[in-house]
Write a protein that binds this ligand. Structure first.
Ligand code: KG4
Ligand code: ZN
Length: 401
């Protein structure tokens, strides 16, 4: 009797695995999150686990690559085991292992790739190296039907890119960051304002702290200069945040009379900084849409996908929602937990490639990580040549500011 029950159980488990079709384990370790997830081919999340190093790096004032590597080495086996056991499967049940191998911090990427190679060698699993930025860009297709082409804005602690997604592995970069990424600047402003010593902000990112504080601030109090408003990149879709960072940090330092900073002042700085940073990004989205429409690169009805940590900012989302309304553009934003780094987006990208029958590494052990790896070809010079002006008053006329 006992044997019969056991056999029935084994069959049930076997059937449930079969009915799930393809299964992919996704592994993320490009920056400061060690994450893993198991997905079936319909995009059902069967297991998920994430250990963030944010707290550690926040207290150190930035990501320490060696420390990040040590933490990934310690945490990746944990998150992978968690995701696999939640899914109730073994490595032999996997159709593929998908790992983010580019772009990112070398030490962090190395830890993820090393461990992935151990697993694929031991369990003989097909391997799909994934582009982290592409994963951010196409995670939305896990949540809704969305055909190529579409526009994508990725804004995070490491990146700021505006691109045209034309197909799997096929992207045109309309604009990219020229210096500091926006998330890093949100983090630095939060640090300079001393927000991390406040209990309510100690478990959240600098960006989230700024967003929270900005809600009670006056965004017109400080008139910071809009980035790239002069020079050769005025009519580009590129991004620059370091000049804005300097202006904001100087203003804070000038007003700081003692170790204490006035709460009202902090809120006004947060709101004014957030407004300028978001206005910069929004005006470049507008230019990108005009450019792509003029060049017939997108159909009349197109979707703008926004992802990355900064794109989870609700002030930003409200402004871009209003912009999209004016432009008859559909806006699609994954929920916050899928906007920030996670294992699901890597597993889903692996699944997309697997289903398309492409992307499986022929010689997995020779795969190398690539710290720098643009998502596609840069066509930003064509954008500059098109000379599309977006004056501040146009944003005002559109009711955005
Ligand atoms: O995408 P993400 O989780 O990691 C990578 O950078 O790849 O983004 C994290 C970044 C941090 O710099 C954080 O401060 C910023 O995104 N961030 C935000 C918000 N939430 C996270 N920035 C502005 N507003 C937010 N609500
Ligand atoms: Zn990311």
């Amino acid at each position: 009797m006992k044997i019969m029950t056991m056999l029935r159980f084994v069959r049930q488990v076997h059937c449930s695995i079969l009915s799930r079709g393809k299964l992919v384990l996704g592994v993320e370790s490009t920056f400061d999150d060690s994450a893993a997830a198991v997905l079936d081919e319909d995009g059902r999340v069967l297991g998920e686990s994430n250990i963030s190093q944010m707290k550690l790096h926040k207290s150190a004032g930035g990501v320490n690559p060696m420390k990040a590597q040590q933490m990934h080495r310690k945490n990746l086996p944990i998150v992978i085991t968690n995701a696999m056991s939640q899914a109730g499967i073994n490595f032999k049940d996997l159709s593929a292992l998908a790992t983010a191998t580019r772009p990112g911090i070398s030490f962090a990427l190395a830890a993820g790739l090393e461990y992935s190679k151990e697993l694929i060698q031991k369990h003989k699993i097909p391997f799909i190296p994934v582009h982290h930025m592409e994963a951010h860009a196409i995670t939305i297709r896990l949540l809704q039907q969305l055909d190529f082409p579409f526009l994508v804005l990725l804004a995070s602690g490491g990146h700021c890119t505006l691109c045209l997604a034309q197909g799997l592995g096929s992207y045109k970069i309309l604009g990219q960051k020229m210096d500091e990424p926006p998330g890093a600047v949100f983090d630095k402003v939060a640090r300079e304002l001393g927000l991390f010593s406040e209990k309510r902000f100690c478990d959240i990112s600098g960006g989230q702290a700024i967003e929270t504080l900005a809600k009670v601030g006056d965004e017109a109090k400080f008139q910071f200069t809009l980035p790239l408003s002069t020079g050769g990149y005025t009519r580009s879709c590129n991004f620059s945040f370091s000049g804005l960072q300097t202006q904001v940090l100087r203003t804070i330092q000038k007003h700081r009379t003692s170790d204490d900073i006035d709460k009202r002042f902090c809120a006004d700085i947060a709101a004014s900084f957030q407004r300028t940073a978001i206005m910069h990004i929004a005006s470049h989205i507008l230019r990108a849409v005009i450019f792509c429409r003029d060049k017939d690169l997108i159909p009349d009805r197109t979707t703008l996908v926004m992802s990355g940590g900064v794109a989870s900012n609700s002030y930003f989302r409200d402004k871009v929602t209003a912009l999209c309304g004016k432009l008859s553009l559909d806006l699609a934003c994954p929920p916050s937990h899928l906007c920030t780094d996670n294992g699901i987006m890597i597993a889903w990208t692996g699944m997309e490639y697997l289903k398309a029958g492409i992307g499986i590494a022929e010689d997995p052990m020779s795969v190398r990580f690539q710290p720098r790896s643009p998502i596609g070809d840069y066509i930003g010079d064509d954008v500059i040549r098109a000379g599309i002006k977006i004056p501040r008053k146009l944003l005002k006329q559109m009711g955005l500011w």
